[in-house]
Design a protein around this ligand. Structure first.
Ligand SMILES: Cc1cc2nc3c(=O)[nH]c(=O)nc-3n(C[C@H](O)[C@H](O)[C@H](O)COP(=O)(O)OP(=O)(O)OC[C@H]3O[C@@H](n4cnc5c(N)ncnc54)[C@H](O)[C@@H]3O)c2cc1C
Length: 274
């Protein structure tokens, strides 16, 4: 039976969330969470593979205890099992320590996985780094921005769409893919799935100790990315629309910005113009 692992991130349902002024970490506990949209598409891709050729699907998430809700949603949609990685020591993780922590639980719980499916990116920090870094950590091939995916034997046939062009790739399993939100629309939750998710559902929890992860390797402590300051940019100036003939517009540009344009082209436009 094919073993599929789907990485799911719980993201805040709101775009404006307070930052903890001490740690500059998002205060996720202050907002309702939801499953990151691209993770829904990754789960859907896994469910489609199971519909076609059979598979066992394990959903994995790293987050605060409330992230269990996203796992229950995954089980309600059809995942067979959920793994919650939660520990205060894992808080404030950058993408590298997130990938490292995910790799450790996958190596420990599902070492014989065939395919890992991630969303292409998240709607809160949107780095699109976790999938590729997880493939690197596990030393497996990875393909990002996947639009179509089929499995035959130990190979995945993939059509990816990125930067406006499409590519067809064959990847040997085990491997990792990140799924675009342009791929097939996710299915709706069934009532039976909902009952199962909030009834007897197979969700296990792991912390740093159970994974043998030292505090120095994970969370904010293990993260090379340090958030120095967070602020919402304030738009200070409005738009400036220059009108007239091309020559008139150029003249206005040179008059208004000759020092900056001069700096870019390395010329003193004042003397050039005369
Ligand atoms: C506003 C903001 C800016 C940030 N900027 C940076 C930054 O520049 N560099 C940096 O290293 N970190 C940054 N972080 C931290 C980053 O959010 C976390 O490391 C996060 O866990 C992973 O990054 P991502 O959400 O960008 O993931 P992405 O790489 O965009 O996520 C892609 C996929 O990876 C999987 N995935 C991601 N996170 C998890 C998880 N916790 N559990 C399970 N699967 C997961 C999901 O399948 C998801 O669809 C930032 C956080 C915020 C809130």
């Amino acid at each position: 039976m094919l073993k599929l692992v789907v990485c799911i991130k719980q993201v805040p349902q709101v775009s404006e969330l307070p930052w903890d002024p001490e740690t500059w970490h998002l205060q996720r506990e202050l907002a309702e969470g939801m499953m990151n949209p691209a993770c829904r598409f990754a789960l859907e891709a896994a469910l489609k593979i199971r519909d076609k050729i059979g598979a066992r699907i394990t959903a994995v998430t790293m987050g605060p205890p409330s992230a269990e809700e996203a796992l229950r949603e995954a089980v309600a949609l059809g995942a067979d099992k959920g793994i919650l990685l939660t520990d205060r020591k894992m808080a404030g993780a950058d993408t590298y320590t997130t990938s490292l922590t995910l790799s450790k639980v996958i190596q420990k719980i599902i070492p014989d996985f065939d395919l890992i499916l991630c969303g292409a990116s998240t709607i809160d920090s949107d780095t699109a780094q976790v999938g590729p870094q997880l493939a690197e950590e596990l030393d497996i091939p990875g393909v990002a921005y996947v639009h179509e995916l089929t499995i035959a034997g130990n190979k995945a046939r993939i059509r990816r769409v990125a930067d406006g062009f499409s590519e067809t790739i064959e990847m040997e399993l085990p491997g990792l893919v990140t799924i675009n939100t342009t791929s097939e629309a996710p299915r709706y939750m069934s009532f039976r799935g909902f009952q199962q998710a909030f009834g007897e559902s197979d969700i296990i929890t792991h912390d740093a100790a159970s994974l043998g992860l030292h505090q120095e390797w994970i969370g904010a402590r293990g993260s090379a990315t340090k958030i120095r300051n967070v602020y919402s940019p304030i738009a200070e100036r409005g738009n400036l629309v220059l009108t007239g003939t091309n020559k008139k517009i150029l003249d206005q540009l040179f008059t208004l910005f000759d020092d900056r344009i001069g700096g870019v082209v390395g010329k003193d436009l004042k003397t050039e113009k005369n």
